[in-house]
Design a protein around this ligand. Structure first.
Ligand code: PEP
Ligand code: MG
Length: 545
């Protein structure tokens, strides 16, 4: 008998195959007497060195990418001399290597958590090191992504950045998690890779290992215990859908020809994929990761030029550095803020380190001069008109004529009209705008219902920005994850936004949805979404009151 589970679909498409859970973290056996404490101490060193070597190997396999940087940083943590010595010392007191590693990492974990900020956010990496090293000592399978000999559906509680780094899209058919939310790492990664994904799927961890499932990343349905014929039929239908989407191209248009520009969100040239009208959000943080000093102007210009050259003749909207909170960067030494999301982040960093912004703008201008791409720049986390004015002036000084502001803070949305009197365009970052409108941490899966971009309060802020844009005759786009949901894209179009920017692999689905609806239908859907209660159309009863 088939079993039906339901979560939130966060990356469209259907997939079918055997479900495999992430290998769980090892549990420590009851304490036992130790014959040779010195040998246990040696095993501690060997296990931590093996974990670091494995992380380094995975980093090399990941090439030049954010994933590789994350893995390398984690490998360094596993070889931190203080940690290794603390664990070895513990083993010399007479406990097993596994227990010594567990105890030493628990102390480190507590210290990281107490330090707050950037270090507190690294706790998941420490837990991962602990799990891998303890499993090595106990001779148990390495925790993490399973490695069956055939493609499979990955089931997990939630995915950490380190897990996602080693996920091979050739082998993983779809993702299903019990936790996580629409803006979780799982969701963002799934959309970037074009994998169907369902998050907040209660009961997923109880599925039998290897049971055949059909996952629908659009509706959020997961059906377990399906027969071979259903698996085959799902695969054929999905293949046809992908072929159909791949063959569609051209600019975004509603059925009656109303244009909506479809852009891609990228972090580097590697992310460019498919037929894009341009880049609506070029995140530039990748260049600054894991460094004690910011990259210099020439290094930055070379990286920007690579993207601009690939997008010759098209528009590229470069976002200036958005460090802090969910994007901690060591060189800014920001730890110690009690509420990093409400602290000196995004454009606010220019108050403290104006040179960082100045150099970046000069680097963007330098790269822009080398190509025919149409370069626009925008600042993250703008809150006031005065901030926007200063940013626009800095852009003009650097020789960048088109400057905009992201709308991520409710204050900016409320002042959209005034902002548009000083900037050339607005781009609404719904991920942060949700977080700040609902006072709900964007990384907190438990609050996913508040972070749902279908929330009417969020849509009302978008509507206000869009009508300010229409009145001013200036573009107002959406570049948060909301733009990647084909049905929400219709609503956003109906609200009057002029562009939608999303993971490049999500573009074809949105293009198809637009082409199947008139502007009047989009406006009707927008009216309904604004008038709705807190649930999205496919989640009746799922919201928390
Ligand atoms: C956003 O906040 O919606 C956004 C697009 O920026 P990021 O996700 O990079 O913070
Ligand atoms: Mg943001």
């Amino acid at each position: 008998m088939a079993e039906h589970l339901r979560g939130i679909g966060v990356s469209p498409g259907r997939a079918a195959g055997p479900a495999y859970r992430m290998t769980p973290a090892p549990r420590l056996p009851d304490p036992s007497p130790v014959a040779d404490p010195q040998a246990e101490a040696e095993q501690v060193r060997t296990a931590l060195a093996a974990v670091a070597a494995d992380l380094d190997r995975r980093a090399s396999a990941a090439g030049a990418s954010l994933a590789a940087d994350i893995l390398r940083a984690q490998a360094m943590m596993a070889q931190d001399p203080e940690l290794v010595e603390a664990a070895a010392a513990k083993a010399r007191t007479g406990c097993t290597a596994a227990a010594a590693i567990d105890a030493a990492l628990a102390v480190h974990r507590q210290a990281f958590q107490a330090a707050g900020g950037y270090l507190a956010e690294r706790v998941a990496d420490l837990d991962d090191i602990r799990n891998r090293a303890v499993a090595a000592c106990l001779g148990q399978p390495t925790p993490g992504i399973p490695t069956p000999a055939h493609p499979f559906v990955l089931v997990a509680r939630d995915l950490a950045p380190a897990d996602t780094a080693e996920l091979d899209p050739e082998r993983v058919l779809a993702l299903v998690t019990e936790e996580g939310g629409p803006t979780s790492h799982t969701a963002i990664l799934a959309r970037a890779l074009g994998l169907p994904a369902v998050v907040m799927c209660g009961g997923a961890l109880d599925l039998d290992h290897g049971v055949s499932v059909v996952v629908d990343g659009t509706t959020g349905e997961v059906t377990a215990g399906v027969d071979a014929a259903s698996v085959a039929a799902t695969r054929v239908a999905e293949q046809r859908r992908r072929q159909r989407l791949a063959s569609a191209s051209g600019p975004g248009r509603t059925a009656d020809g109303h244009p909506v520009t479809l852009y891609g969100n990228i972090g580097s040239a590697k992310d460019l994929h498919g037929d894009l009208e341009g880049v609506g959000l070029f995140r530039t943080e990748l260049l600054y990761l894991n460094r004690t000093d910011p990259p210099d102007r020439d290094e930055q210009a070379a990286a920007y030029a690579e993207v601009l050259a690939a997008m010759a003749g098209r528009r590229v909207i470069v976002r200036t550095l958005d460090a802090g909170a969910d994007k901690p960067l060591p060189f800014l030494r920001q730890s110690g803020e009690p509420n990093p999301a409400l602290g000196v982040r995004g454009l606010r960093l220019a108050r403290r380190q104006p040179n960082v912004l100045r150099t970046q703008l000069e680097a963007i201008a330098q790269a822009a001069r080398q190509t025919s791409a149409q370069v626009w720049v925008m600042a993250p986390m703008v809150a006031t008109v005065a901030e926007a004015k200063r940013f626009v002036a800095a852009c003009r000084d650097a020789g960048l004529p088109t400057a905009g502001a992201m709308v991520e803070v409710p204050a900016a949305a409320l002042r959209a009209r005034a902002l548009l009197s000083v900037v050339d365009f607005l781009s609404i970052g719904t991920n942060d705008l949700s977080q700040y409108t609902f006072a709900a941490d964007r990384q907190c899966g438990e609050l996913a219902d508040l972070l749902d971009p279908w929330q009417p309060a969020l849509l009302e802020l978008v509507a206000g920005c869009a009508s300010a844009g229409l009145a001013a005759g200036k573009p107002v786009g959406v570049c948060g994850e909301a733009a990647a949901d084909p049905r929400l894209a219709l609503v956003l179009t109906g609200l009057g936004v002029t562009s939608l920017s999303m993971a490049p692999r999500a573009v074809s689905e949105v293009r198809e949805a637009l082409a199947a609806h008139t502007l009047a239908e989009c406006r009707q859907l927008a009216t309904e979404a604004l008038a709705a209660d807190e649930t999205r159309p496919d989640r009746d009863g799922a919201a928390v009151g």
